[in-house]
Design a protein around this ligand. Structure first.
Ligand code: AMP
Length: 633
């Protein structure tokens, strides 16, 4: 403990010390510890918020180690990361503060530190709080008589108006013919429109194509940046329009921000420039922590550029493939929660994304996921997963709802379908939805009621969420608001996530030797080709031997990583099921979770399908994560 006297004794003993009868000899020293900084501040909670402020309270450190002279609140907008930390100081006697001059509807990360004469202690665990969005409540704390009087006056005024309106409505009703359908509409959703009153409206997205000249839309929604403020550092990707680079944007005196810069390649015509800048006109209208933020554009000099916040971990699909199996389930759930929150915002803005997929979500260094890739015509031309449908439109088939494929009914409900596919991608660490099936096979199977199976180790509740997103009836799909709420509930009760979805029985008639012809091929399919030599050297030279391997044998041949053991034993279980005589029982197609029967499956021997109906098992060269049985190791 700080500032405390301690006595230390050093004793020496050997085997005969006890017999010697000599009293214990030792040397001692008395020491006093120095002053120390206070321990961590705890229990930081939100006690109020307005559009521009956040009020918080906290508990003093358990070990102050001296008199607390002051507390320091550090805060920064979550979207910007800790590059722009601000500080506010509070007297050491108070344990509450209101941080002001914040941005509306913005998420902030806050931490508190206590200071004694010995200096600052450890900052509290970071907490995230959001300021109110436009039109939300008034502050909850503080003695503000003027404010209270104003609120009371406003209340009386509203009451008066209400009484007048009721009288007015009753009078109109008595003197009028029955209301028309249009009149009825005004009362829908339990809302009554008051004459002369404009209800607070959520901001709505404006399609830049409604501008005659796309340049005007850019001027309205995006800030023109000074080229001299921008430094390009390296190329990080490429698109149809030009390179994507990493760079730095000068923000103020000595302050720089990492940014991503999309460039329009030389020789592009006006139409290309317009299409390119559409993305900026759309992105510039959005302000949400889970939607990629536009910093500005450069249109007045060459090359034309779009500058956005920089996302250190790049696109979500590549990021997950790179870190296969390395996240805890709650971390994955946190990622899909972020995407759902961004989509909730976009849906509230009446923006339909049309190409929501893991490849179009970017991840920053704190694993915050943000929706990106706006401006459909541009994006779909650029998207290798978008294919032309029989009706001539270009659509990312595997991610698109049946009604959008069939008759281009793109809505927030079709975005919810795509979100379900994205969740499947995340839970299977970037596996390709419907593996190597052709687009036509995907369309036909989904129409016939087939749905993707639960990925390996996927919580039941998350698979249920995906299945809900894939309801044929689009109005039956959950809204993004409900999705965020149910994910928040799961995050608060992580125990629920431990209940895993049961793998669906396999529906094919192939045997292990149909699926994989050799041990190396089988290991490659699990992305574990590195163990080929271990297996072959130990005599596991064919798949029949492999099907009999035990966990202990697996360990003894050098597969020591638990994740790899689990992956292999899961697949071995599958090989066994296929090899055993009882495997015949697996051949009967069974109903899928939403009760719709599987499409009829023909069995054309090896690979291929009849009448365009797919063989419902993945390609051998694809990761078997989606189909493995959960098996405790
Ligand atoms: P896009 O043309 O938007 O699909 O971008 C092409 C690639 O550039 C993406 O797949 C990312 O790897 C990278 N990229 C795009 N925007 C960003 C960003 N804001 N931060 C980091 N990488 C990005």
């Amino acid at each position: 403990m700080a500032h405390t006297r301690y006595k230390f004794e050093v004793h020496a003993e050997n085997g005969v010390s006890e017999e010697s009868g000599v009293t214990d000899r030792f040397e001692s020293i008395a020491l006093k510890t120095n002053v120390a900084a206070p321990s961590q501040v705890e229990s930081v909670t939100q006690i109020g918020s307005t559009e521009m402020s956040l009020s918080i309270s906290w508990s003093p450190p358990r070990k102050p180690n001296g008199v607390i002279l002051e507390y320091r609140v550090q805060y920064y907008p979550l979207r910007d990361g800790p590059t722009q930390v601000k500080f506010a100081k509070v007297d050491g006697l108070v344990t509450q503060a209101t941080v002001e001059h914040l941005d509306m509807g913005e998420e902030y990360v806050l931490q508190i530190q206590a200071r004694t004469i010995a200096g600052y202690g450890l900052p509290s665990q970071p907490v995230t709080m959001r300021t109110d969005a436009n039109g939300s409540q008034a502050p909850m704390t503080g003695d503000q008589p003027v404010m209270i009087a104003a609120i009371a006056a406003a209340g009386i005024f509203v009451l008066l108006v209400f009484v007048l309106v009721v009288i007015f409505v009753l009078y109109r009703r008595r003197n009028r013919k029955p209301p028309s359908d249009m009149d009825k509409l005004e009362y829908s959703n339990g809302e009554v429109r008051l004459p002369g009153f404009v209800a607070p409206r959520v901001k709505t997205y404006i399609d830049p194509h409604t501008y005659e000249d796309p340049q005007h839309a850019v001027l309205e929604f995006a800030k023109e940046l000074e080229p001299s403020c921008l430094t390009i550092e390296q190329v990080i990707g490429g698109g149809e329009f030009g390179d994507v680079c990493k760079g730095r944007l000068k923000m103020g005196k000595g302050q720089y921000l990492d940014v991503a810069i999309k460039t329009l390649k030389a020789g592009s015509n006006d139409k290309m420039k317009g299409d390119f800048l559409t993305e900026a006109s759309i992105m510039g209208q959005f302000t949400d922590p889970n939607v990629i933020k536009l910093q500005g554009v450069i249109t007045k000099s060459r090359p034309v550029m779009i500058v956005t916040e920089y996302m250190e971990n790049g696109s979500l699909d590549t990021f997950l493939r790179k870190h296969d199996g390395r996240f805890q389930v709650p971390q994955l759930v946190g990622m899909i929660r972020g995407v759902a929150s961004g989509m909730r915002y976009l849906a509230e803005m009446n923006y339909v994304h049309r190409d929501l997929a893991a490849r179009n979500v970017l991840v920053n260094s704190s694993l915050v996921c943000k929706v990106s890739d706006f401006g459909l015509s541009r994006v779909l031309e650029d998207d290798p997963d978008a294919a032309y449908t029989t009706r001539g439109g270009k659509i990312p088939v595997r991610w698109t709802a049946p009604e959008a494929i069939a008759y281009r009914k793109f809505t927030s409900a079709s975005d919810v379908w795509s979100y379900g596919v994205l969740v499947w991608e995340v839970m299977s660490y970037g596996e390709r939805p419907y593996w190597n099936w052709s687009n036509q096979d995907v369309i036909k199977s989904v129409e016939a009621g087939y749905r993707l199976p639960p990925p390996m180790d996927c919580p039941k509740a998350i698979y249920q969420l995906m299945s809900d997103c894939w309801q044929k009836e689009r109005n039956a799909r959950p809204k993004f608001t409900a999705i965020v709420a149910s994910l928040d509930k799961l995050i608060r009760n992580p125990m629920v996530l431990r209940v895993l979805a049961q793998p669906r029985p396999m529906h094919h008639q192939s045997t292990s030797s149909d699926l994989y012809s050799s041990v190396p091929e089988w290991l490659d399919s699990l992305s574990l080709g590195r163990y080929t030599e271990n297996f072959l050297k130990a005599g596991f030279t064919n798949l029949d031997c492999v099907a009999k391997i035990t966990l202990r044998e697996l360990q003894s041949i050098g597969v020591t990583m638990i994740g790899h053991q689990k992956k292999i034993m899961n697949s071995v279980q599958l090989l066994r099921a296929q090899a055993s005589p009882s495997a015949a029982s697996l051949r009967t197609p069974s109903p899928i979770p939403n009760g719709q029967p599987l499409p009829h499956i023909h069995s054309p021997g090896v690979g291929g399908s009849l009448h365009g109906t797919p063989n419902l098992h993945p390609h051998p060269h694809h990761n078997a994560r989606h189909m493995a049985h959960a098996l405790p190791v």
